[in-house]
Design a protein around this ligand. Structure first.
Ligand code: IPE
Ligand code: IPE
Ligand code: MG
Length: 261
C-alpha cells in the first residue's frame, strides 16, 4: 500500500471528509463472549457478523479501501482449537459471502503470508481475489496470517535477492521501492486506523503503511461494532488536522498572504 492520500492530492492536506482507506483492528471478540459466559468461539462468530456490517457501511459512505485485521502472525500462539475455529470462520465467510460481495461490486484482496496456510484456505482466498478482481465499488482487504514485521522481512529478502542477482543497485532504493515489494503495493496507505476493545496498540499491523494514519481507539468490543461506532470514528477523523509534516491550514494561508481570503 503506497501512494498519496486523497487529501494531499486534492488540496495539500486540507480537506479529508471521507477517508479513502480505513483499516480496522477488530479486537475484543473473546472478551465479548467471556462477559456473557459464552465460549470465545461465539465471540468470533458474532465478530463475523460485525464484519459484514462494517463492509456494508464502508460501501455506503464511499470508502475506497477497507482493510480488516482478521488473524495475525502472532495469533498462532493461541490454543489449537481456537486457531482451527478462526480458520474455519474465514473459510465460511469466503464461501458464504463471496457471491454477495461480488454482486455488490466489491473487490476482495488478502495480505499476509499465504504459503504456510492450508491449501484449501489458500485456494479460497485466491478464488475470491480472482473472481472479484475487476470490481470497482470498494476493495476489501483481509489481513490474514498477517504481521507487519513478517511482511517487511519478506520484502527485504526480495530486495536483497534482487541486489545479489545484480538487477538492483542498493543506492537506488527509495521508500517507494520498499512500498512496492509489500503485500498490496497498488493500494493507498490507510488514512484512518480504528481499533476496538479499548486496547491502544498496533499489534504488528501495517507498521510501514501507518506512517501518517490517524488513529481512533474505541472501547466497544468488536461484535457490538455498528453504524454508530463507525460514524463516531469517521467524525473523529474529520476533526483531525492532517499535516504530513507540513504546517497547518491557517499558517499555510497566512504564509501565502491569503488568510481570510
Ligand atoms: C479479535 O478478538 C479477533 C482475533 C484476534 C482473531 P480477540 O480474540 O483478540 O478478543 P480478545 O482481545 O481476547 O477479547
Ligand atoms: C490483533 O489482536 C490481531 C487481530 C485483531 C487479528 P490481538 O488480540 O491478537 O492483539 P494483542 O495480543 O492484544 O496485542
Ligand atoms: Mg484481542
Amino acid at each position: 500500500m503506497t501512494g498519496t492520500s486523497q487529501a494531499v492530492q486534492s488540496d495539500g492536506g486540507l480537506s479529508h471528509d471521507v477517508p479513502r482507506h480505513v483499516a480496522i483492528i477488530m479486537d475484543g471478540n473473546g472478551r465479548w463472549a467471556t462477559a456473557r459466559g459464552l465460549p470465545r468461539f461465539e465471540g468470533h462468530r458474532r465478530g463475523v457478523e460485525a464484519l459484514r456490517r462494517a463492509v456494508r457501511i464502508a460501501g455506503d459512505v464511499g470508502i475506497d479501501v477497507l482493510t480488516v485485521y482478521a488473524f495475525s502472525s502472532e495469533n498462532w500462539k493461541r490454543p489449537q482449537s481456537e486457531i482451527a475455529e478462526l480458520m474455519g470462520l474465514l473459510k465460511l465467510f469466503v464461501r458464504r459471502d463471496l457471491a454477495e460481495l461480488h454482486r455488490n461490486n466489491v473487490r476482495v484482496r488478502s495480505i499476509g503470508e499465504r504459503q504456510t496456510l492450508a491449501p484449501d484456505l489458500r485456494g479460497l482466498i485466491e478464488e475470491a481475489e480472482h473472481l472479484t478482481r475487476a470490481n470497482t465499488k470498494m476493495t476489501l482487504v483481509i489481513a490474514f496470517n498477517y504481521g507487519a514485521r513478517d511482511e517487511l522481512t519478506r520484502a527485504m529478502r526480495q530486495l536483497a535477492r534482487s541486489a545479489l542477482s545484480g538487477g538492483l543497485d542498493p543506492e537506488s532504493i527509495t521508500d517507494q521501492t520498499i512500498s512496492s515489494v509489500l503485500d498490496a503495493p497498488d493500494l493507498p496507505d490507510p488514512d484512518l486506523i480504528i481499533r476496538t476493545s479499548g486496547e491502544q496498540r498496533l499489534s504488528n499491523f501495517l507498521l510501514w503503511q501507518a506512517a501518517y494514519a490517524e488513529f481512533v481507539f474505541l472501547p466497544v468490543l468488536w461484535p457490538d461494532f455498528d453504524r454508530a461506532h463507525f460514524d463516531e470514528a469517521l467524525a473523529a477523523y474529520r476533526n483531525r488536522e492532517r499535516r504530513f509534516g507540513g504546517v497547518d491550514r491557517e499558517e499555510k494561508l497566512a504564509a501565502v498572504g491569503g488568510a481570510g481570503g
